[in-house]
Design a binder for this molecule. Structure first.
Ligand code: TXA
Ligand code: MG
Length: 362
């Protein structure tokens, strides 16, 4: 059933209380509200209401075995969402270091969380976002908002309200517009349910492996084996975050990542683009600021200066959407950074998924 979607603009620095109260009332009544966070926009519903979670899956077109993140607006609420008797000290240390902010922790779920929200799992993913509109909505909506990224399943995550409208018009009651997401990539997800007390990264993000390891008292940090696929581990390793197994972010065109010496990368891309154009294809390039003027493609997206990982994170999803909008059929992307350390690991993780792991080394 289509609903009428209201688009409401808020002041990101001082969100209007009356508008937050209206949006909160929609959540409390079992409705859906798309809202900004510092990472990407979320598609929110009441996390304690099984019916709201069912509506989120339907609106997103997402398989219902793919769990939702529960968003809170106070650190101490972690002990209400997760089973308080099984929260390790590590979780509180990480909350102290990174909350509010772009870190999601997976813990054993409290019984108050419906299994519809956790995709049937006994664990729950919890995040306390730093965005003020997000915090205001969570408080106004009753304190616990389940939200996946606010894209239709398979599309790039939304970093503006316009992206949410493209994907969700007629499927949600409200979209809150707080401008462009500052980070632009989804949160880092860590699993804290392993008996050995080691922090396992399930999805790389703005909070890097190095930053996690630097928190005092942390026993150790490892990558979920499925993430090692980036460096060549076979397909049959099952990711622990169910969502990581689905096709993601993919633009409609065929995307190839090109890695190597910058001169050789430019040359390779120019040749591919002219071959594709000669075959009558519409072409696009995701390029660094240094090279973006040098490509004769139908669309060139500047994803920031070479080595500027924050800029690449901030612009990547918008660039993939822009390729779709321009009907681009063949896309080449310069590899931003080495893809192994810091934020570059997160950017490369998303780009690899978007490209279906199609990488050329020159
Ligand atoms: O930055 C973010 O995390 C954004 C904003 C809106 O907060 N949200 C987001 O949600 O990216 P979503 O649903 O697009 O991605 C959540 C990921 C999925 O891959 C899901 O499988 C995983 O988190 N996840 C959720 N609960 C989990 C659990 N209990 N155990 C393992 N993975 C879980
Ligand atoms: Mg998502």
């Amino acid at each position: 059933m289509a609903v009428e979607t209201r688009l409401i603009r808020l002041d990101p620095d001082a969100p209007e209380e009356a508008l937050l109260a209206e949006a909160g009332a929609v959540i409390r009544a079992g409705g859906l509200v798309a809202f900004p966070t510092e990472t990407v926009y979320g598609l929110g519903g009441d996390a304690l209401n099984a019916e709201s979670s069912r509506r989120i899956y339907a609106a997103k077109g997402r398989p219902s075995d793919n769990p939702l993140i529960v968003h809170i607006a106070r650190r101490e609420d972690l002990a209400r969402v997760a089973d308080a008797s099984r929260i390790p000290e590590t979780a509180w240390r990480l909350a102290e270091a990174f909350w509010p902010g772009p870190l999601t922790m997976v813990l054993w779920a409290d019984d108050c969380i419906p299994r519809q929200t956790t995709g049937g799992l006994d664990t729950v993913a919890v995040r306390f976002p730093s965005d003020r509109i997000a915090q205001g909505l969570i408080r106004a909506g009753g304190g616990f908002i389940a939200a996946p990224s606010a894209n239709r399943s398979g599309r790039p995550s939304p970093t503006t309200a316009a992206h949410c409208l493209e994907d969700l018009d007629g499927r949600v009651e409200m979209i809150l517009d707080g401008g462009q997401s500052t980070i632009g990539l989804e949160s880092t997800i860590v699993d804290l349910t392993e008996a050995d007390g080691i922090v396992t990264i399930l999805r790389p993000g703005y909070v890097t492996r190095e930053a996690l390891a630097a928190v005092p008292g942390i026993a150790g940090v490892r990558l979920d084996p499925a993430l090692e696929k980036q460096t060549g581990v076979p397909d049959e390793v099952r990711p622990k975050a169910p969502g990581m197994k689905y096709r993601h972010y993919a633009p409609k065109g065929a995307l190839t990542i090109v890695m190597g010496d910058p001169m050789a990368v430019s040359q390779y891309i120019n040749t591919s683009i002219s071959t594709a154009r000669a075959a009558g294809k519409r072409t696009g390039v995701l390029a660094s600021a240094e090279t973006s003027d040098s490509y004769a493609a139908d669309l060139v997206c500047n994803i920031g200066a070479r080595g500027d990982e924050e800029a690449a994170a901030h612009t990547l999803f918008g660039a993939l959407r822009a390729c779709d909008e321009a009907g681009i059929e063949v896309i080449c992307a310069e590899a931003p950074g080495d893809g192994t350390s810091g934020l570059s690991a997160a950017v490369m993780n998303r780009l690899l998924k978007a490209a279906g792991y199609h990488v050329i080394k020159v």
